[in-house]
Design a protein around this ligand. Structure first.
Ligand SMILES: [Zn+2]
Length: 160
């Protein structure tokens, strides 16, 4: 029995449960685990024994009724119950903002320092490479937008 296995088995025991013969033999023979078990036992004995503690009345009924209320009326508290899939990764405002920035970039590129720079680096065919890059950017943007809004899209198509 390895030390990891032994400590795992020891910690899985209930408070007054006796360890298996194999575990007891390991704790007895291994100074590392023996010290660990001794420390844990000493820590547990430092706590005063707890009194038998039971609620005055059965709480299962009221608690389950409260949970049923929470599920029936989704308030701000119930938002955390929504699955991760339902929550969008980015808000629609962020998507629109990004789209507008891409559009502004496309409009402003001819007035920027990029065309002469591309002309020097790529040569006279720079316009073709710019259009290829912009096409790639728009494709990636559209793919990500549709991919992250599949649930909304499905809902929209079902409504019609
Ligand atoms: Zn050990």
């Amino acid at each position: 029995m390895t030390c990891d296995r032994a400590m795992e088995a020891y910690l899985r025991l209930d408070r007054d449960e006796a360890p298996s013969r194999e575990l007891a033999a390991h704790i007895e023979s291994c100074p590392l685990c023996g010290r660990e078990v001794w420390g844990l036992t000493a820590s547990l004995q430092a706590f005063p024994p707890t009194a038998d503690c039971r609620p005055g009345r059965d709480l299962a009924g009221p608690v389950m009724a409260r949970i049923a209320d929470l599920k029936a009326a989704p308030g701000p508290d119930a938002l955390s119950w929504r699955s991760r899939e339902e929550r969008p990764l980015l808000s629609l405002y962020n998507w629109i903002g990004t789209g507008l920035m891409i559009l502004a970039g496309m409009i402003l590129i001819p007035y920027s320092t990029i065309p002469p720079l591309l002309n020097r680096i790529v040569g006279p065919d720079w316009e073709l490479s710019l259009h290829l890059v912009l096409g790639l950017v728009i494709t990636i943007y559209t793919t990500l937008f549709i991919g992250s809004h599949l649930t909304d899209l499905r809902r929209l198509l079902k409504m019609r």
